[in-house]
Design a protein around this ligand. Structure first.
Ligand code: DAH
Length: 368
């Protein structure tokens, strides 16, 4: 509000004072007669009693202070009367509650339908991730997590990707800047897979180990219908005496049947991962055509779903630096890793990975 000034007073005799104050009182009454909303009351309060720009303050600082000493008392008395009036009007306005007009504007029509509150629901990625984890939890696996910002050592070297090895090129990622002072092993990057948590787990506890590790991972991958630079994996690790490839096959065959239905078949194809030897890709019979061949399985009847293998002795050797019980001559184990988005896309028939991250309620609402 702009500063509203009262005219300067030139004479301070009773008659001039009466006239000047009467005009102000009338103004206050006029102002107060139309206070029909809390906002209007507040505006009135500011206009009259505001500390800096209020009219009372203006009158006090100019009339009262300018008054010659013999007139000060009569100006003061009249000022006090004006102030009491303004405060009285304000009290009345604030206490009198809303006018009929405001009430009518705010009235609630109880015959209108209410506001429907949407119940929250698990995101399809979270749901799929939990489903995978519970399949393994039912087999006695524990659940662990690890950091998303990982060291070069855990993400690569201890997983048997030696420095400079071309296998690292298959998992390019963002690295944290300005780490030249650190040794390569300590340098930080956004983890490219959940496999480093295998090593973190083994360093913490001697065998036996049965653990699944869900989490977010990062890759320098161009986004397309089936790739996203940020996605989710569930890692698995089982280490004990006499763990064989048959245990791996039986476990994953069971897990795929639990996830996709008991009619699903699995087959294991030779593959390569630095941290497993031998390594395999697991394929399941196409859940869309039952294995006959269709567009989804590129007419092969099979769909590739995850990677796995027997833990490479070189990986156990890194673990044995902290936990000597990981002696590859005495124990063995298998590991596996699967992409959560890929499994969710299969389960729910989603063809665009970007749907998971777009936050479109029309998409998400279907999972409520
Ligand atoms: N870490 C692999 C990847 O991101 C997935 C994987 C393959 C994990 C084989 C494993 C495994 O534990 O044994 O591509």
């Amino acid at each position: 509000m702009t500063n509203e000034e009262s005219p300067n007073l030139s004479s301070f005799d009773d008659e001039s004072l009466n006239k000047a104050f009467a005009a102000l009182e009338q103004q206050a009454r006029d102002d107060a007669s139309s206070l029909d909303s809390p906002d209007a009351v507040e505006a009135f309060r500011l206009r009259w009693t505001g500390r800096k720009q209020g009219r009372l303050n203006d009158v006090s600082s100019r009339w009262l202070k300018a008054a010659p000493s013999e007139a000060r008392k009569s100006v003061g008395e009249r000022f006090k009367t004006l102030k009491d009036l303004v405060e009285g009007l304000l009290e009345q306005a604030a206490g009198s509650g809303p006018t009929d007009a405001t009430l009518a504007a705010e009235a609630i029509d109880i015959t209108l339908p209410g506001t429907r509150r949407l119940t929250g629901a698990e995101h399809p990625i979270t749901r799929t991730l939990n489903e995978i984890v519970s399949v393994f939890a039912a087999l006695g696996y524990s659940v662990g997590v690890g950091p998303e910002v990982e060291t070069d050592y855990y993400n690569f070297e201890s997983m048997n990707f030696p420095p400079g090895h071309p296998a690292r090129d298959t998992q390019d990622t963002l690295v944290i800047a300005n780490q030249e002072k650190r040794g390569l092993r300590e340098r930080l990057l956004l983890r490219t897979h959940t496999s480093p948590v295998q090593m973190r787990t083994m360093e913490r506890q001697p065998p036996p180990v049965r653990i699944v590790i869900p989490g977010k991972v990062h890759r320098n991958d161009a986004a397309d219908a089936t790739h996203s630079p940020i996605f989710h994996q569930v890692e698995g690790l089982c280490v004990d005496t006499n763990i064989t490839f048959s245990d791996l096959k039986g476990t994953l065959d069971h897990a795929m049947k639990a996830l996709f239905g008991s009619a699903v078949k699995t087959r294991f194809f030779p593959s390569f991962f630095p941290f497993t030897e031998p390594s395999a890709d697991v394929q399941i019979s196409c859940i869309f055509c039952g294995g006959k061949g269709c567009r989804k399985c590129k007419n092969s009847g099979w769909i590739e779903l995850l990677g796995c293998g027997m833990v490479d002795p070189a990986v156990f050797a890194f673990a044995a630096e902290k936990q000597p019980a990981y002696d590859p001559k005495k124990i063995s184990g298998f590991a596996f890793g699967m992409g959560v988005e890929r499994i969710a896309m299969m389960k729910y028939g989603i063809s665009e990975i970007g749907q998971f991250y777009a936050g479109d309620m029309r998409f998400l609402g279907q999972f409520a």
